[in-house]
Design a protein. Sequence first.
Lengths: 176, 492
Amino acid sequence: MNFVWSWPVIAFYIIALLTLCCGVIMLSVRKVIYMALTIGGVFIGASALYFLLGADFVGVAQILIYAGAITILIMFAIMLTNHEATEPGFKWSPKNIAAAIGSVLLAVVLLLAIRSTAWPTATTSQTALDGGNSNPMAIGLVMFKGYAIPFELVSILLIVALVGAVILAKERKEDE
Amino acid sequence: MTTPLDMLHQPYWMTMGPMIVVAATGFVVMILEFIFRKGDRRWLTVLSMLGVVAALVVAIIHFNAKPTFALNTIGVDPFASVFSVLILISALLVLLFTLDFSAKSDVPAEHTYLILFAVVGALTMASSIDLVTLYVGLELLSVASYVLVAVRTHSIRSVEGGIKYMLMGALGSAVLLYGMSFIYGISGTTNLMNLSGAGLQMFSTYPAITVIGFLMMLIGMGFKLSLVPFHMWTPDAYAGAPTPITSFLATLSKAASFGMLLRMLVFIFNAPGAHLFYWAGIIAAITMIVGNFIALPQRNMKRLLAFSSVAQAGYILVPFAMFGIAQSADWAGLFDSISFYLFAYTFMTVGAFAIVYLLERDKGSLDSDALIGLYQRSPWLAVALTIFVLSLAGMPLTAGFLGKFYIFVDTMHFSTIWLGVILFATSVVSFYYYIGWLRKVYQKEPVAEVTALSASPIMHTLVAVCVIGTLALGIVPALLLHPLAGLPWIYG
């Protein structure tokens, strides 16, 4: 692979570095509220990557839903409950060592497989999206025409999630 | 989408009929549940059962329909028909079970329509030919199951089981999606029909990514199917859930997940199968061995049945390993083995859980000592439990034996006899713990006065249906094999 220094490439490395940093910080801090903050950073980093790839709509949706709604919701849940909660510190137990080795192996295998593959690149018909302006239109067409059935099924999924949350959060009548 | 889709004129009723009926029943039950807040609300469950029966009728009407698809996403074909009927029958059994359960213990009435929506998800998994739709169906089934496991919020074990199931299920979904994204990345389509044609070219151009995609999809579904080593959540979720929901997880959810796994793997990876499917054989072997050996020391009856269901999943996975070796002309036999075993497994598992529930309610304990004296207390239930347990172990004249026998014959036919030998050996191991139960059932109770074990007519009906199912499939397998044999599994 030949390496070209151009602005998108530089931007990619900066964004990727920041996103990874947020991820690592999220795993290493012990206070739940900081974890929620850093995961917001990861979400914003991911949306920046989408913008870089020309997927404007997905990028905006990512900020709106993940960085906005979900992070704020997590923060609210933490603040309304026990926001002083801290995780126990990290220890080098055999289980953790095994998990670390497993994760590194998985990462190496995935990285090698991905790097060794010549990925298909988009053909012209797929990129000709009117400078990104018809991006939401293409998504809308696919979502409400081709994928109309899964789209409707998602609405049932939302009802199940809503009802489930209400059942589980309802006042407990008796305690064992 | 190259050709414009005509949204109005699609064969929706023919392809999604059972799904529409069950979903509509779910919404009706939900609204009625809001309106009628007082009194005994078990008629809602009866209403749900009627809805499922109607859906079953629709599914049977379209059983032999020509393969048809609506919007290129969901369709009716032999595969969808068989799994839809299986899912609806197990839904009926589970609803019958909850009808009795909700009379005796305190579960929110909302669980009725949650089960129905889960069934919609399961039907989607059985009949969809698009990765996105399959995934949405899986999530619908899973999210409803997480709630159903944790539905008894006053029981710490129920909540613990629910949280473990949710975390492991979410991990499984993530792995599955990652695998799907690789396949989409190299093929540019999520449609299984297009993918099935592109399989060989995909494998020869991007071998590494195809293998990783295959493994990730297998592992992701492995979490849902509680294959070893992704089974850690199983005993806790099974023991913590209300018993009807346990039987739901063990039968309906498993049948739908097997259907989805089978469809994905066979459609996408059929061409390069010889290089991939032996992985399923390895996982099946590990699952059979570990599942049966961990079950040996279990005293808690629900935990034992949980590990037994892990082992059963291993048996069902064995034919998957042979899709790579078999010619497509021989696939029909493999489909038959898998569906026959799933039908047999459904009847015997629901029956076993029903009797365990009766004992649990009576003795207030899940320890297998609760079985002692069952024969004196209720000879009929003791005999029924004997039939279920022997069928789970694989005794001749029961459905479980024939199910295992067909799979064993497949392994001989496709020269993967090592899997057959493991299947046979681990079945022998399973006899040990099942016979341990039977010894206790026929042991005399030390107390002088024996009280009869009471059970409602509903439970008697449920047990009787399961006994009939187990014995009928064991003695006259043609009942099921005949309709299966006529199906054009391979088309297009």
